[in-house]
Design a protein around this ligand. Sequence first.
Ligand code: MIC
Ligand code: SF4
Length: 630
Amino acid sequence: MGRTITEKVLRAHLGDGKYEAGEEIGIIIDQCLTQDSTGTMAWLEFEALGLDEVKTELAVSYCDHTSLSFKGESTDDHYFLQTIASHFGAIYSKPGNGVCHQVHYERFGIPGKTLLGADSHTPTCGCLGMIAIGAGGMDVAVAMGGGYFYLTVPEVLGVKLTGRLNWGSSAKDVILTILKQISVKGGLGKVLEYHGDGVRGLSVPERATIANMGAETGATTSIFPSDEVTREFLRGQRRESDWRELRADEDAEYDDILEISLDDITPQVAMPGMPDNVYPVEEVAGTPIDQVFIGSCTNGGYADIRKAALILEGRRVDPSIELIVSPGSRQVLQMLIRDGSVERLIKAGARVIDPGCNACIGIGFVPGHGHLSLRTVNRNWPGRGGSKFAKIALSGVELAAASAIRGEIADPRELDEVKVGHIDYIVDDLLLLRPEGKKVTIRRSPNIAPLKRQTPLPDKLEGEVLIKLGDGISTDDILPAGPSTQHLRSNLPEIAKFVFAYIDDGFYARAREKGGGFIAGGENYGQGSSREHAALAPFELGIKAVFAKSFARIHHDNLVNVGIIPFVCDTDEINQGDHLSIDVSDLKGDLRVNINGKKEVPVTHNLSDRDIAIVKAGGLLAYTRERSGG
Ligand code: MIC
Ligand code: SF4
């Protein structure tokens, strides 16, 4: 039987286990990336492994989330990341150089290689035919140290694209349409592999938009073939020699197929709440908006922003709203300056800001009370964008630009078509610093708190349920990103004060008073970001286990890595304030949780044998040290 691209790349990187459905495998990682929000912990964890240098072919430490350094602590983090990367042999991407995913596919991604990144949108590099996976900092630290990354052999959902996109409909509308069809849980345990003759008509940046937001389906990753379009893109980036062809065999069998006709795609909007809350523009056109943000790792590419500039040329942003444009990278910004796009945008009344994540996680441009912000980003949960009052809708760039002109959600097809034309990339790696090795002294500020030691799991866990939650709790609910927390990412005792802060502001005090306890959630607990702090901060507060109906992949792994057990059970039986006890001496045996000494409820988990060994050791760092005799 022929092979899918996913199988080809994974098999070529198989380091441990058997490539069979449902089996856990360890894969060799070629490249790693970290960013400034997750990176400080990831690098501290790497250091704790006691290794001499990074062992992967490439590691890049990016500064993008807090690149505006609105607090001194963030600047401290940047200097720490710059010096530790240099010391251990990683490239450093300075603040202002752009969002990690955008810069990585422009300057480093290579077809057929594996990439592990401490950010959930790492799959963006699937646009080049890479297996690019988002993970928590500890997994990335271990991979940088030459360790395998473990995952269950994924199912491959073949997404067959046919036809061509019409004016006004974009790559973003393709992924919003997919999200609407398969939901925010539809990709769990799967790789979305794109094929069909429609792929040829999509540029690498368009593929990047689709692969990026595949993360919102819960998928392990998304991957595109590497074809002549990929070659042309890499030639433009002056690195054609990195190209190799990569496609699925003619007779490759997918576990399932989803057919999408690009001819039928129309402009879509994900209204506030969830990224799969998607409507055709006709159904929501006319909804008043207060702000438009164009940028982020989903739609921060050159062609996207140039299109916005051309749409806005000779027009003005509706005076009742504001338009913010953030190019995805310094390369993009330089090209937009050269071709006059920045001038067009500014003339139209837009604010063009520094390349980086910024508004996407609420670093600046936080929407006001009851405001609706239309954004080209990938997430629209409550609390996203820096305020619990923020309401965010998601769309492609054409729709966002058309709406900025009207001051309400508008259909871009009512405007004349704009064409981007030939693209000549500006290649200038000034803000990418090569490592200088051991002579570099690591700069640490007092904000960088030492890691708490992981201790072996006791035989019995006991305590109180500190909070009971519903379905779809995101990592933004567990630990909000934004102005109040972003500078505290390397200080667990401080950031722990914000656990569930938007949902229940008494949680922190309760957790401290009780000396820890349990969390009870519903379906898809921990969806969203790779933010390991959503596990580390509860660990800091003494949380011993989370009981939920199901877990999102990265958060599940992060809980295991910090030594918190993710138990699966019918949480309708559990309430806040219940006293639980559970014997965990044999995690492979029959497990039951005792509630208030009165009833027992059966409990399961999705822990592999390796996961069990990790939680028994107290977490991944303890486990890794144990195995290396450290
Ligand atoms: C996000 O988009 O939620 C983030 C901020 O990029 C996170 C990482 C983080 O919390 O630092 C992610 O997606 O993993
Ligand atoms: Fe940055 Fe937003 Fe992309 Fe996360 S989703 S990496 S915050 S631009």
